[in-house]
Design a protein. Structure first.
Length: 161
């Protein structure tokens, strides 16, 4: 069980199995405080994150914070991809390819179900749900295929003579 960093009360479990750092009441207080600070910074045309530099035109962030955000999002997606690949065996289920993770792709076994879920939630929420699944549930939803096998799976009629 986790405990709040601010007040010491017990915290809830997140979807991915980890505990929040703050209890629900403290998260709400923190969110209100952050929103008030961001509102002031927007009025002053400052970056809502660092508050030090002028925000880019029609944006909320300065150049440095924008670049930092792009980099951290890319790093997070890569960590999530590698974690999911590890849970799925780190190799193509068809041919066994396992040399380069950039050549491995996720194939949704029930594509209609995937499309419905991804329409109802953004991609990061869907990935959080996948990360929370146990290994057997994950293997029922997704397979790991190399890019070649994945193309052959989706285009079986494109055979050269």
């Amino acid at each position: 069980m986790g405990f709040c960093d601010w007040c010491g009360k017990p915290t809830e479990k997140r979807v991915n199995g980890l505990f929040y750092a703050l209890c629900k009441e403290c998260r709400i207080k923190n969110l209100e405080r952050v929103k008030a600070t961001q509102k002031k910074r927007i009025e002053m045309e400052l970056c809502i994150y660092c508050g030090k530099e002028k925000a880019l035109e029609n944006r909320k962030r300065c150049q440095k914070c924008s670049e930092r955000n792009i980099k951290s999002c890319a790093e997070k997606r890569l960590r999530q991809k590698i974690w999911l690949m590890t849970k799925l065996g780190s190799k193509c289920v068809c041919c066994g390819y396992n040399k380069n993770y950039a050549c491995l792709e996720f194939h949704e076994i029930n594509a209609k179900e995937f499309r419905r879920e991804s329409l109802n939630a953004n991609n990061s929420v869907y990935v959080e749900k996948l990360l929370a699944l146990n290994d057997d549930e994950l293997k029922e939803k997704i397979q790991l295929l190399c890019n070649r096998c994945h193309r052959e799976h989706h285009h079986p009629n494109c055979i050269l003579n």
